[in-house]
Design a protein around this ligand. Structure first.
Ligand code: ZN
Length: 169
């Protein structure tokens, strides 16, 4: 079952669009078997006005610690890659947020997830909220977390004709 590509912030017209690369990475790490481990990485993308386009999800690195119910990210590799993309794109591609998997069909964040996201959001130099994403077996959970701890859970958006052009120029 393919994941929803386009998400909307409720009560607004703000869209988050997932390109093919992140969707493929998520599919590779879905936690299906009993011995599967949590995986995760960072999300890189473009800010397009009020919209966000996620173009790349980094994959777990050799240094990350993967367990069934915990993914501990070793930030060095991921942040080095974020800097590289930022430079290559003259500042167009930037760090947007984080993703990890859960062994749940319809994933929801743990209290540890929420705490970590808030710390990461407060650390962002551009002052934007963090996009936090959890990949479950049948669905993904997408939310914005602000540095002050304000959550905004996104909803699937039906992709109307015309909206797509926002992301294709
Ligand atoms: Zn989690």
């Amino acid at each position: 079952m393919p994941f929803v590509k386009t998400w909307i912030v409720p009560g607004t017209e703000h869209l988050v669009y997932l390109r093919q690369q992140p969707l493929e990475v998520f599919s590779r790490y879905i936690q299906q078997g009993m011995d599967s481990k949590e995986a995760g990485g960072i999300l890189l993308g473009h800010v397009r006005g009020e919209h966000l386009e996620i173009i790349e999800a980094t994959e777990p690195s050799f240094w990350d610690k993967r367990f069934r119910f915990l993914f501990e990210r070793m930030p060095y590799f991921h942040h080095r890659l974020a800097m590289k993309r930022w430079k290559e794109s003259n500042g167009l591609v930037r760090y947007i947020g984080e993703w990890h998997t859960h062994p749940q069909n319809y994933p929801s964040p743990s209290s540890i997830d929420l705490k970590e996201w808030q710390i990461l959001a407060a650390d962002r130099v551009d002052g934007r909220p963090l996009l936090a994403l959890i990949v479950g077996c049948k669905d993904i959970h997408v939310e914005y977390m602000s540095g002050a701890g304000k959550r905004n859970i996104l909803e699937p958006a039906s992709f109307r004709r015309g909206e797509e052009s926002v992301f294709l120029n």
